[in-house]
Design a protein around this ligand. Structure first.
Ligand SMILES: [Mg+2]
Length: 229
């Protein structure tokens, strides 16, 4: 692979630690909560619709997810749901904000191997406070030169990040579990990207097409990146 790489950025959720399974658990609880109004799978569809509708207003993260759950309660119940149901919904979100951090396999070993040789960065979407809390609780903070909590991961967001890091695209490698957010925009601006699939992906981040590109690596686990560097 390219030996000009100086900077390696890691996505956080479902790349460094478990995230999506917690969201799915929360969603399942929420769907059970509303099953008097609609079958569970329909509640799930309604919630997803609300999330996509509001994404441009709330961005990514748990707080936006909570507001979307509340909006869905109101719509699905035609405005008749009790405050108790709203309270329980808020609780589901607050529990999500307090989940323990469980690192994914190989993360610490990989960071240990790369530390000192590359400038390591976290580039993640989500709520600022929540991501800061997770990073702190992960114990990984000291590995990283810079933490970027981004409102989105489009080409322009990566360009801004690279400018801030004073890094050329060809010196930059991004690792993450989302082809859509962690890979395609980075390749588009001339950087390198590695995809490490995680067994569950939020519908909005799913990408079905097979990808081939000179600057792209498909990995099965995070430590595989060491073979390419
Ligand atoms: Mg991710």
């Amino acid at each position: 692979m390219n030996n000009h790489i100086t900077t390696i950025a890691f996505d956080a959720d479902d790349t460094l630690w478990i995230n999506e399974p917690y969201f799915q658990e929360a969603e399942e609880e929420f769907c059970v909560l509303l099953e008097d109004y609609l079958p569970q799978h329909s509640v799930s569809q309604e919630l997803f619709k609300t999330e996509i509708k509001n994404l441009h207003l709330y961005g990514y993260g748990v707080k936006g997810f909570m507001l979307c759950m509340i909006e869905t309660v109101s719509r699905v119940s035609d405005g008749t749901a009790s405050m108790q149901l709203i309270d329980r919904t808020i609780e589901i979100g607050q529990e999500l904000l307090q989940k323990p951090i469980e690192l994914l396999e190989g993360v610490t070993q990989t960071l240990d191997a790369l530390k000192g040789k590359y400038r390591l960065v976290v580039a993640t979407k989500g709520d600022l406070l929540d991501q800061e809390r997770k990073l702190k609780n992960s114990g990984l903070q000291d590995y990283f030169h810079h933490i970027e909590i981004m409102s989105d991961k489009k080409e322009s967001d990566y360009q801004k990040l690279l400018k801030h890091l004073d890094c050329k695209p060809e010196q930059f490698l991004m690792l993450g579990n989302s082809i859509k957010s962690d890979v395609l925009p980075v390749l588009e601006i001339g950087g390198f990207a590695a995809h490490i699939p995680y067994h569950v992906t939020w519908s909005h981040e799913q990408h079905e097409h097979h990808l081939e590109h000179d600057n792209f690596m498909e990995l099965t686990s995070i430590d595989e990146v060491l073979k390419y560097l």
